[in-house]
Write a protein that binds this ligand. Structure first.
Ligand code: ZN
Length: 153
């Protein structure tokens, strides 16, 4: 197995589950760096330090890890933010340049994320969510992917 020349293709928050780093086979990891190598078929799931060594850039791996930690903290606080209630009775929140609305849909819950800067940008959740909280977290993940959550507080 090559020790250098790897690149990170994804980082994943394992939350309450833990895995063992597939490189050193000893570190328990919370944030899983998925590493790929051009001459190696398998993607290895590793911890921060091993990822840094494998890609030859420890600072980059540390920054990814830190971003995930920040995101995790924000995600946990997300549900306890001051959600307002619209005239229709739907909960909504303004965050990071988006307006998030949670509503009932055929017995399940759904979310809409609308940009406050671009009125044409509106995204409706595709999956049904069992609870309002699940729909809120899905909306959080959407705005995080859009880059809205990064670095802003
Ligand atoms: Zn390791």
């Amino acid at each position: 197995m090559p020790h250098r020349g790897w690149g990170c293709i994804e980082i994943e928050d394992l939350q309450d589950t833990r895995r063992t780093c597939e490189m050193c086979e000893s570190t328990e990891i919370r944030y899983a760096h998925h590493m790929r190598h051009p001459q190696f078929t398998d993607v290895l799931v590793v911890g921060c330090i091993c990822a840094g060594n494998m890609e030859g850039d420890l600072a980059a791996a540390r920054e990814r890890d830190q971003q995930m930690a920040n995101r995790s903290t924000r995600r946990r606080r997300w549900l306890t933010r001051q959600w307002k209630r619209s005239a229709k009775g739907n909960e909504w929140l303004r965050a990071d340049g988006f307006r998030i609305t949670i509503y009932r849909k055929r017995g399940t819950w759904a979310a809409t994320v609308a940009s406050e800067e671009d009125e044409k940008f509106v995204r409706h959740s595709q999956r049904p969510y069992p609870t309002a909280d699940a729909a809120k977290l899905a909306a959080f993940d959407v705005i995080t992917r859009l880059g809205g959550a990064r670095g802003r507080r």
